[in-house]
Write a protein that binds this ligand. Structure first.
Ligand code: CP
Length: 327
């Protein structure tokens, strides 16, 4: 059964991990735990969000995030609409803000938005009356990915506090890395980044991480090895000599993993470039890799986030009058 009454989430939207306290992150993870169990039952549905409308607005491709948000909303009983750029009036030149205002007029309760530009989801959130969940904006934040990663780690290692987590690869272009760094630091983990200098953002020293350029050094004694995809779609110049060379120095294989703790877990947010950032056989090793578990946790975490955010506002006509009277 799903957990009882939701905790008091102190924000209007979920736009990033920045600004979330350790208590709020912990509450979201606890709520997600209940949904992990519910999702393993034959009957996965409940009526928590019956009558609520969720619009998934994806301006960038996605398999895991979009599907899991759709499943999450449907399992909670919401009416879920999926809108992709391809079939929308954006193709006729409609702007992001006009699109948001148009959808807002249909009284959704929550918008789940992915956009290729950093900051676009925050901008959109300022224009609508409903809650907004950031499903990934440019190289800025991907908060539900960090939450599902935290849930995966916590279920395997009991606590995040004190764990050594090595985030390896294309940190420069990764919203997953940014959200994870903020979450892991907030929860008391020791966060490392391991990458060639070209694949680190200029402000990395301000993010509270230890920086390594050598995989063997960066993975030494690590509890968690989190690999990142090379985001070639965001690269406008050469960041490394060749894919072959990249795999040789930064691709995770058994030899490099041996530097980490013997029970270190291997993670990857997906989609994976097999043979580029991770050895294909290691990615499928059920004794070391929790990549499939991350996908499972994604549905539970998104159910928790939707439960907390989709039921928060009275955006009915009477609700608007009340809001107007209060101004
Ligand atoms: N991890 C992740 O965001 O995957 P998708 O791009 O498939 O949603």
């Amino acid at each position: 059964m799903a957990p009882a009454a939701p905790f008091s989430y102190p924000h209007r939207h979920l736009l990033g991990i920045v600004g979330l306290s350790a208590e709020v992150i912990d509450e979201l993870l606890q709520l997600s735990e209940g949904y992990v169990e519910q999702n393993r039952q034959l009957d996965k549905k409940q009526a928590t969000l019956r009558g609520r409308t969720q619009i998934n607005l994806f301006f960038e491709s996605s398999t895991r995030t979009r599907t899991s948000f759709e499943l999450a909303g449907k399992r909670l009983g919401a009416d879920v609409i999926n809108m992709s750029v391809e079939g929308s009036a954006i193709k006729k030149g409609e702007t992001l803000i006009d699109t948001a205002m148009t959808l807002n007029a249909m009284h959704p309760d929550v918008l789940v938005v992915r956009h290729p530009e950093s900051g676009a989801v925050n901008l959109l959130a300022q224009k609508v009356d409903c809650a907004v969940i950031n499903a990934g904006d440019g190289s800025h934040e991907h908060p539900t990915q960090a939450l599902l990663d935290a849930l995966t780690i916590r279920r395997r290692k009991r606590s995040l506090e004190g764990l050594i987590v090595a985030i390896c690869g294309d940190v420069r272009h990764s919203r997953v890395a940014r959200s994870n760094i903020h979450l892991l630091n907030t929860m008391g983990a020791q966060t490392r980044v391991v990458a060639p200098p070209t694949l680190l953002p200029p402000n990395i020293d301000r993010l509270g991480v230890s920086v390594f350029h050598d995989m063997y050094e960066g993975l030494a004694g690590a509890d968690i090895v989190m690999m990142l995809r090379l985001q070639t779609e965001r690269m406008y110049s050469a960041y490394f000599p060749s894919l072959r060379e990249y795999f040789r120095y930064y691709g995770l294989d058994r030899d490099k993993l041996a530097a980490a703790k013997p029970d270190a877990l291997v993670m990857h947010p997906g989609p994976m470039n097999r043979g580029v950032e991770i050895d294909t056989e290691l990615a499928d090793d059920i004794d070391r890799s929790v990549i499939r578990e991350q996908v499972e946790m994604g549905v539970a975490v998104r159910m928790a986030c939707l439960e907390i955010l989709a039921g928060r506002f009275d955006n009915t006509a009477s609700g608007e009058q009340l809001a107007g009277a209060a101004k």
